[in-house]
Design a protein around this ligand. Structure first.
Ligand code: ATP
Ligand code: MG
Length: 343
C-alpha cells in the first residue's frame, strides 16, 4: 500500500506542467534533423541498389513515429520490388551480403550482421552524424505500428509530450533498453497510449475500433489485421475530439499513479487495440506481471522478456517517480532546475 499523495496546489501543478513541456522542447528533433535522416536514407538506398537493383529502404520507429530523439537510432526496413513478403527469401544470406556491401560504403563504420535474432538485421554506425542504425528485411508490421503511433501523436500534442517525458524517465531510470533486459521504447509508448485511452474522459480514442460504415475494417499483413482509422482531419474535428482538457503535468502524475495505484497488472493486459478490458487469463499470459499486447501481432507480449528482478526494478522506478513528481517541494536547491534531475 502506498502512502497517499498530498493534495496538489495549482502552483505545483503549473511547475510540473512546465517541466513536462520543457522536456519535449529540449528533446524533440527539429525539421533539419529529421531531414538529415531522410538524406541518409536516400544515400543508403542508392548505394544498396548497386547490388540489389529493386531494393527500397524505408524508415520506421522513432525517426517516423513522432517520438524521436536527436540521438535515436535509424530503424530501416528493406524490401525488394515485386516481392510482397519475405516468403521464399533467404533472409540470412541477404543480410550477410548486405553487410559485405555496406562495408564498402565510405561513410559507414562498425558493420555488424546479426543473424541469430528473431528479426535478422545488419547494424551500422554513420560516421558523420554519429547515428547508429540497423536494416531489417520485410519488417512490415513495424512499418504499420510506426504509422499507428504517428497517428496517435498527431491527434493531440499532449500525446507527444507525455511520450517524451516517459522515454526520458525510462532512460534516466535505466528501465528503457530492451537489449539490456528492460522494456523497449515501443513498449513504454504503448503503456502511455493505453493510459491515455483509459483516462476519464479519454485523451485519445481507440483508432482500431473506429471505422466508416462503408469500409470493412480489415487489412491483413502477415496474417494480422493492421486496420486503424487514419483520417486525421476527422479525428481532430470538434465532433470526434475527446473532451479531456487536463494539462500534460497532471497527465504525467496521473500516469505514474495509474500504473502504481489503479491498474491491476495481475488481472489485466495493457492493450491499445480495444477499449474493453482484456484479461491476462483470457490471453493465457499469466506467468508475467507486466503484460503488453502488440496492437497488431496479438501473439506478441512486449513484456515477455522481462525477468522478475527487472519487473520489480521497473515497478520501483514508477513508485519512486510517483512520490518524486507527486510531492511538492517549497523550493528546489539552486543546482536543480527540474524534478527530472532528481533521478
Ligand atoms: P528510440 O527513440 O528509443 O529508438 P523507437 O520507437 O525507435 O525509439 P525502437 O526500440 O528503436 O524504438 O524500435 C523501433 C521500432 O521497432 C518500433 O517503433 C516498433 O515498430 C519496432 N519494435 C521495437 N521493439 C519491438 C518489439 N519488441 N516488438 C515489436 N516491434 C518492435
Ligand atoms: Mg529506434
Amino acid at each position: 500500500q502506498l502512502a497517499p499523495l498530498p493534495p496538489m496546489t495549482p502552483a505545483f501543478l503549473k511547475t510540473l506542467n512546465t517541466v513536462c513541456q520543457q522536456c519535449y522542447r529540449d528533446f524533440a528533433p527539429d525539421d533539419v534533423e529529421l531531414g538529415v535522416r531522410e538524406h541518409i536514407l536516400q544515400d543508403l538506398e542508392s548505394f544498396v541498389k548497386r547490388q540489389f537493383t529493386g531494393a527500397r529502404l524505408r524508415l520506421f520507429g522513432s525517426s517516423k513515429n513522432g517520438f524521436g530523439f536527436k540521438q535515436s537510432d535509424l530503424d530501416i526496413c528493406m524490401v525488394l520490388d515485386g516481392q510482397e513478403t519475405a516468403e521464399g527469401l533467404d533472409c540470412i544470406s541477404i543480410i550477410e551480403s548486405l553487410a559485405r556491401l555496406l562495408r564498402k560504403h565510405p561513410g559507414l563504420r562498425n558493420i555488424l550482421p546479426i543473424t541469430t535474432a528473431k528479426v535478422p538485421i545488419v547494424k551500422f554506425y554513420h560516421a558523420r552524424t554519429g547515428l547508429e542504425g540497423d536494416i531489417s528485411l520485410y519488417n512490415t508490421l513495424a512499418l504499420h505500428n510506426t504509422r499507428l503511433l504517428a497517428s496517435y501523436a498527431a491527434i493531440d500534442l499532449r500525446v507527444k509530450m507525455l511520450c517524451y517525458v516517459t522515454k526520458v524517465f525510462a532512460k534516466l531510470c535505466d528501465i528503457g533498453d530492451a537489449s539490456r533486459g528492460s522494456l523497449s521504447s515501443y513498449g513504454f509508448t504503448l503503456m502511455v497510449l493505453f493510459y491515455l485511452q483509459q483516462r476519464n474522459p479519454p485523451v485519445i480514442p481507440v483508432l482500431q475500433e473506429i471505422y466508416d460504415e462503408e469500409k470493412k475494417p480489415e487489412v491483413l499483413v502477415d496474417g494480422w489485421n493492421v486496420y486503424f482509422y487514419d483520417d486525421l482531419d476527422k479525428l481532430v474535428s470538434p465532433s470526434i475530439r475527446q473532451k479531456n482538457l487536463e494539462s500534460v503535468g497532471a497527465l504525467w502524475l496521473g500516469l505514474l499513479q495509474f500504473y502504481t495505484e489503479t491498474f491491476d497488472f495481475r488481472e489485466h493486459v495493457i492493450s491499445i487495440r480495444q477499449s474493453a478490458a482484456l484479461t491476462t487469463f483470457n490471453k493465457q499470459w499469466t506467468s508475467k506481471y507486466i503484460v503488453i499486447e502488440d496492437p497488431f501481432d496479438l501473439n506478441h507480449n512486449l513484456g515477455a522478456g522481462l525477468s522478475r528482478r527487472m519487473t520489480n526494478f521497473i515497478m520501483k522506478a514508477f513508485i519512486n517517480g510517483r512520490s518524486v513528481f507527486g510531492t511538492s517541494v517549497k523550493a528546489y536547491p539552486p543546482e536543480y532546475t527540474s524534478p527530472m534531475e532528481f533521478f
